[in-house]
Design a binder for this molecule. Structure first.
Ligand SMILES: Cc1cc2nc3c(=O)[nH]c(=O)nc-3n(C[C@H](O)[C@H](O)[C@H](O)COP(=O)(O)O)c2cc1C
Length: 350
């Protein structure tokens, strides 16, 4: 591959982005680099290609989920090739809000420092860690802001990105968010709970209502390949690979994708049932083991398996129920998302 990487060496920016906020930030960083004569390439993690030759600087960009990073970013931090001895930085986006005319920062917790630590462990020289406020995109929980608020938050995010990019491209370091890291570590159990359990329940909130035309936009664009059109009806089904990135809700041309809040409550009830612990107790009794570490670990493992199976079964039943037009209509209208404004991304906010 012959790409002129400029005298200061090329820059490879690896990005995971749901609704486009993080992609927007990475493109802005790349533009700043190009304006200084550096070759910069933005690579979406779902289409990782061969690395540019003569790479000097690696950037890893991702959104904050549950006060920490996402699985795709953790995987990337562990697998991006040729990081040893290279300069690297991590830049995350977090959910900025605009209330009473003021833009407020999101809370990234451990989202930026965790992947930076993994890159450092693999031998990268970390030059910067930062967070950029972009519009909060969690539209299965809260409605999106209107166009003028989105514009104001993006404008502020662009300024933050340019400041960070200037420091890195000038050869300085840019370390931020130590206070956030401290708080993020304190609430790490919450973040772990999000990554291991809540994320699965949230993935199984999604369904398509009667406006769905089976066009396959959600299936084709899911960065995790977690949505597939299934059955004779060709309706979308969400698997546990879903990271709740919100891209499907954001790009669905008929706004047919909903998130069932009532289902979430039902799943939480299922999760709270002590079925896993009861199963573990029965198993241990049958082999004559009581108490101790083995019993604790087995109880945790069986509880986890119980959650996975119970929620998967419940979602399957609900998905089949959705094939009945009247049921689908009622379930769709019973969601908050059917009333919420959708977030269309930083560059398509109207
Ligand atoms: C499931 C989910 C969880 C989120 N959790 C947080 C959070 O803990 N803190 C925060 O500041 N923003 C949070 N956000 C907001 C996103 O990090 C933010 O909007 C980000 O810019 C989205 O980037 P993307 O469009 O590139 O995916 C969350 C969003 C989603 C969808």
């Amino acid at each position: 591959m012959s790409v002129d990487t400029g005298s200061a060496g090329g820059i490879e920016l690896y990005v995971y982005s749901g609704t486009g906020n993080t992609h927007h930030v990475a493109e802005r960083f790349a533009d700043d680099a190009r304006s200084r004569g550096r070759a910069a390439r933005v690579v979406m993690l779902e289409n990782v290609a061969e690395q540019l030759p003569a790479i000097r600087l690696i950037g890893l960009f991702g959104p904050t989920h549950g006060f920490t990073t996402t699985w795709p970013i953790l995987r990337a931090a562990m697998t991006i090739p040729n990081v040893r001895g290279r300069d690297a930085f991590v830049l995350v986006t977090r959910g900025g809000t605009k209330v009473a005319g003021k833009v407020f920062a999101g809370f990234e917790g451990t989202a930026a420092w965790l992947p930076a630590a993994l890159l450092a462990l693999r031998g990268a020289r970390i030059r910067g860690v930062g967070a950029i406020d972009m519009p909060l995109n969690w539209t299965v929980i809260v409605p999106s802001f209107g166009p003028s608020a989105v514009e104001a938050i993006v404008e502020r995010g662009d300024e933050q990105t340019s400041r960070f990019a200037d420091r890195i491209l000038d050869g300085e370091t840019a370390f931020g968010g130590l206070g956030q890291l401290f708080l993020g570590v304190l609430i790490l159990p919450l973040s772990l709970g999000y990554m291991l359990i809540a994320r699965l329940l949230l993935a199984k909130m999604f369904f398509a209502d009667e406006k769905c035309t089976s066009c396959g936009t959600c299936e084709k664009n899911c960065p995790q390949r977690a949505v597939g059109l299934r059955g004779r009806s060709r309706k979308p089904y969400w698997t546990y690979s879903c990271q709740n990135c919100m891209r499907c809700m954001s790009i669905c041309p008929t706004e047919a994708i909903q998130g069932g809040q009532a289902w979430l409550v039902f799943y939480m009830w299922l999760v709270a049932l002590p079925a896993g612990a009861v199963a573990a107790g029965a198993l241990l009794d049958s082999v004559g083991v009581t108490g101790g570490v083995i019993s604790g670990v087995l109880s945790l493992v069986t509880s986890y398996v119980w959650i996975m199976i119970a929620v998967w079964l419940a979602y399957g039943i609900l998905w089949l129920g959705l094939l009945v037009p009247g049921v689908r209509f009622v379930l769709s209208r019973a969601t908050l998302t059917s009333r919420y404004r959708r977030y269309k991304g930083p560059d398509r906010c109207s």
